[in-house]
Every structure is written in C-alpha cells, then in structure tokens.
Design a protein around this ligand. Sequence first.
Ligand SMILES: NC(=O)c1ccc[n+]([C@@H]2O[C@H](COP(=O)([O-])OP(=O)(O)OC[C@H]3O[C@@H](n4cnc5c(N)ncnc54)[C@H](O)[C@@H]3O)[C@@H](O)[C@H]2O)c1
Length: 341
Amino acid sequence: MNPGSRIRVGLIGCGTIARWQHLRNLRKLGTARIAALADPDSEALALAARRVDARCFRDPDALLASNDVDAVVIASPTGLHASQAAEAWCSGKHVYVEKPLAHDASSLQAVLKRVHGAGPVFAVGYNYRFHPACRWLRRVVDAGAVGDVRAVSTHFTEPVDAGAWPRWRRERALGGGVLLDLGTHHVDLYRWLLRDELIGARVERGAADVARDHAIVRGTTTRGVEVAGYFAHAVSRSHGFIVHGTTGTLQLDLHAGRFVMQRDRRFGYGVATRPVIMNLAGLSWRGRKWIQPSFDPSHGLAIRAFVDAVSNPGRRDADLAGVVDGTAASRIVIDAEAGHR
Ligand SMILES: NC(=O)c1ccc[n+]([C@@H]2O[C@H](COP(=O)([O-])OP(=O)(O)OC[C@H]3O[C@@H](n4cnc5c(N)ncnc54)[C@H](O)[C@@H]3O)[C@@H](O)[C@H]2O)c1
C-alpha cells in the first residue's frame, strides 16, 4: 500500500449486513475504496456490484489471492469467520471480521494458532463499542455516577422471519442461534463496559426451534459484578442496559434513545429520576433518531476505526476489538453453551 493512497478493501460475503452497512459505510470514507467483492451466491454478488465499481469473485479464496486488495471485511456466515479471517490475515491482509470470531471450540483454537503476534491489523466487528450511547454509558460509569457497580442486566431481542432465513442461521453447527447472533455482542460489552473479565458464565436456553430461540446468560466478573442478559428471537424488538450501583441506577434504551439515572429519594420512599445529558455525539445520535428511528452509527464508526488503524499503524483505537477480545467473547459463549448440554 502506498502511503497516502486509499486503502483497497475487499468485501467477503455480500449479504444483509454487507449491503445495509459495510458497503454504505465504506463508500463514505475518503481513506478507503471498495476494490473487490466476493460471494458464492451470484444474486448477492450482483446486488452488491450494482452499488460499487469493484472486481467480483464467486470464490472468496480468489479475492484473498488478489494483490490489489489491502484489507478485507468479512461478512460471511458465522461458521466461516474463523477460517476466512485466519486465511486473510496470514496472507498479509488487514482483517475486519464480523462478530463472532468463532462459533465452536475447534475453529476458535484454529484461529488462535494462526493469528497472533505482530502483523496486519486484526479487528472483530463488535460495533456497539463505538455506539455514542454505549460510550457515554461507560464514561458515566467510569466517573462513578452510580457508585460501585454491583450488577449489570441487559436485553437484546430481535424478532425474525425464520422462513426467510438462510440455512446457516437455522443451524447451530453453521453458526446460527441467538447467542452467537445477539448474545455475543453483550458478552463483549460486559467485558468492555466493566473493564473486567467475565468468569463462570452459564446459560439457560430454550431452543426447541430456532425461530423461538432464547437464552439467559449469567456470569460474574473477576471483581464480583453480577451480569445477566436476555436474548431472544421469539419476542418483539428491544435493546437495553441497566447498571446497578451502590448509589444509583443507570438505564439505557437504545431503541427509545433514552438514558435515565435513578437515585434513592433523600426523604421518603421511592426514587428520583433524571435524564442523563449526553455529549455532542450522543445528542446528535438521539436527534437523528427522531427522524430515522433505526439510525445506528456504530457500524460506520467501527469500520472507520479499522480503516484508521490500517492507515496509521501504531495509532489503533483501543476500543477496536482485536483477537483477544474476539476470542474471549467466543470462548465465553461456547463454554457456557457446553456447560448447558
Ligand atoms: N455486527 C452486527 O451487528 C451484525 C449484524 C448483522 C450480521 N452480523 C454478522 O454478519 C454475518 C453475516 O450476516 P448477514 O445477516 O449479512 O447474513 P446473510 O446470510 O444475509 O449474508 C451472508 C452472505 O455470505 C455469503 N456466503 C455464503 N458462503 C460464503 C463463503 N464461503 N464466502 C463468502 N461469503 C459467503 C452468502 O451468500 C450471503 O450473501 C454474520 O456472521 C452475522 O453474525 C453482524
């Protein structure tokens, strides 16, 4: 890559997230250009190719072998992430791989064997670390707004049209299931928000059929903070966080764009509730949500951080999840599921 030139990105997997987020977000960056697309499905490839002038490959390995690609964004089915990410990184490409990094113990072990030490940038797509409201939540917690944090409870639910789902989403062995889809985001956020490791995570799961899949994850951090998360495809949409501290409670609802602080009333029973004033990035997110309720800038911000890390080696944003973070989140989910069987 020539210094100062735009990073040539190859997009591997041109499905839903690639089209709704990565293609759009990469096109907005002045520092990168989409040079290549790969997808074995000719329809998905053609849909993506309509939006960008790039070389097209039906075979992702051919894209990886191409010399005119500096970095890849991998948005293929989950069960392929570990092998494709390791292959890309070992061939000298910078890698942004969608979450989760691995779906089972053997693919996790295999990627760890191959991706370690110095080399190209390696990032895992835990985009909520870049969400302005999540960042503000972390800042407020760090500043001691709720005293000592004792517990965090979260929920992330997305109804699905299972009939329209691709096969990989319907089979756990291929990377399907609510824990790998939604739960993994929060498992990563518990570690990131609390700057601590999650130990002894366990899962209660109901997954008679995958469209009704739901799970409750519980665990404790090394400093003794209790965490619990509810994840489901079987109920209506929700996404939120409650941080319980010794002097207050913080609630963040990502869909409502609401951020609330509660403290015990000084006199009498009950709580005093106040909205939390966010910084400019948070306020602008909330303002934009009034016009576009689905607005979520976190994917674009995460990809920008990746491209910046490639452009400025040595100045990687500490919030960009790397192989250690990707491994930790995958391991927690895989071990918790194994304990459940
Ligand atoms: N970060 C987030 O919030 C977020 C949101 C949605 C999806 N994702 C992740 O992105 C990934 C893709 O999800 P999606 O909803 O776009 O799925 P999808 O099924 O819509 O898209 C996957 C695409 O990969 C293609 N594909 C199949 N085999 C391939 C191969 N060998 N190499 C390359 N591509 C191949 C498919 O043809 C399809 O076009 C999943 O791992 C998912 O967890 C992340």
